[in-house]
Ligand binder design. Structure first.
Ligand SMILES: Cc1ncc(COP(=O)(O)O)c(C=O)c1O
Length: 367
């Protein structure tokens, strides 16, 4: 029976398609050993001090968190060279993305969206009743020149995933400067930097300069990737103090939980070395994956993230299914319009070895 009374915008939405879980694959395929390389998680985490801090904080789970989030905001401000008043905390980056929709998108507003990017932007835009303008990628990268050409006086918001999921590419920061020059003064750029810790700092936009220079920019970050706390659901934004006040007003009052905050503080302080070791191992294995795939004759897009996007001569669904049968979960990219592309998360070094050996055998068998 169809539900009555729903907003038409709600009916226009497609449900989020999560990657398969280890439990699901074990159960469905009766496999003992399953390697999950489909959701861009950190295989080396949770880090020891974060785990301990979260355990200890459970004792206070009957109390609401302190919504000033003072300690973690102070730490993040120091890392990013901004004031604590420039940081807003959220329930994962997703929570912050939802807040962006509520803050900025009115029914009928034009919203620019790269044609292959993180899927939630499209769903949030639809929910808010936006008019979506797709901007095709160029050589697998977000095309900011084309985006600038698509700007009109009705443009209200631009979703920019940098580095981009699923392709792993980054944009030239000078092009972002030029895009800002073309934007109407009511338009905002939402810069989703979920994977920024895996990219060289000097290739990323200088968010502190842009914000202090009065640009309408919200940079969104997460503890789910480099910091290894995906299950603890902690994200944040870096933006102007005025925008932080608005975001906090629009968001639910307790929009991060005590356990996640305790883990986040520990990872930024006492786990720094373990976290950095993991980050470097991931970057080294990312290079190794790219090199090995190229030696197999596959085409690989250079990545600035903790995953690698590559194409094979075969349909992505078939390759992903074959890998799944051998206990390796990856993400086929057909849903993004790349019928022969796969996105693989960089796992531990041992997991990467299994992935590469399994894929090579599958490809040999298909020739
Ligand atoms: C580009 C991008 N943004 C946001 C998110 C969601 O992050 P979080 O776990 O902090 O909600 C993801 C998760 O995969 C992502 O790929």
């Amino acid at each position: 029976m169809a539900l009555k009374g729903l907003r038409p915008e709600v009916l226009s939405m497609d449900p989020y398609e999560p990657g398969k879980t280890i439990e699901e694959v074990r159960r469905d395929l009766g496999l003992e050993k399953v390697i999950k390389l489909g959701s861009n998680e950190n295989p080396y985490a949770p880090f020891p001090e974060a785990l301990e801090a979260m355990r200890a904080e459970m004792r206070n789970a009957n109390r609401y968190p302190d919504i000033a989030f003072e300690e973690i905001k102070g730490l993040l401000a120091g890392i990013h060279g901004v004031g604590a008043g420039n940081i807003a905390i959220s329930h994962g980056a997703e929570g912050m993305l939802q807040a962006m929709g509520k803050c900025f998108i009115e029914k009928g507003d034009e919203v620019l969206l790269p044609s292959a990017t993180y899927g939630l932007y499209r769903e949030i835009s639809k929910l808010m009743g936006a008019r979506i303008v797709d901007v095709p990628l160029k050589d697998f990268a977000v095309d900011l020149e084309r985006a600038a050409e698509a700007v009109t006086e009705r443009t209200k918001l631009i979703w920019l995933c940098n580095p981009n999921n699923p392709t792993g590419t980054i944009v030239d920061p000078c092009l972002l400067d030029r895009l800002f020059e073309k934007l109407p003064e009511t338009a905002w750029v939402i810069l989703d930097e979920a994977y920024a810790e895996f990219a060289p700092k000097d290739l990323l936009p200088d968010r502190a300069r842009l914000i202090s220079g009065g640009r309408n920019l919200v940079s969104i970050r997460t503890f789910s990737k480099a910091y290894g706390l995906a299950g603890a659901r902690l994200g944040y934004a870096i933006t102007s103090e005025e925008a932080v006040t608005v975001i906090d007003t629009v968001s639910e009052p307790f929009n991060a939980n005590r356990i996640g905050i305790a883990g986040g503080v520990a990872v930024l302080t006492r786990d720094r070395e373990a976290c950095e070791r993991a980050r470097l191992a991931i970057i080294a294995d990312r290079q190794r994956i790219s090199g090995s795939l190229q030696r197999m004759g596959l085409s690989v897009v250079p990545s600035h993230t903790n995953f690698v996007f590559f194409e094979t001569p075969f349909p992505a669904g078939i390759i992903a299914d074959e890998l799944l049968k051998q206990g390796v979960i990856v993400r086929p990219c057909s849903g993004w319009g790349y019928d022969r592309a796969i996105r693989v998360t960089v796992g531990t070094t041992a997991e990467v070895n299994v992935f590469l050996e399994t894929l090579e055998k599958i490809l040999k068998g298909m020739k």
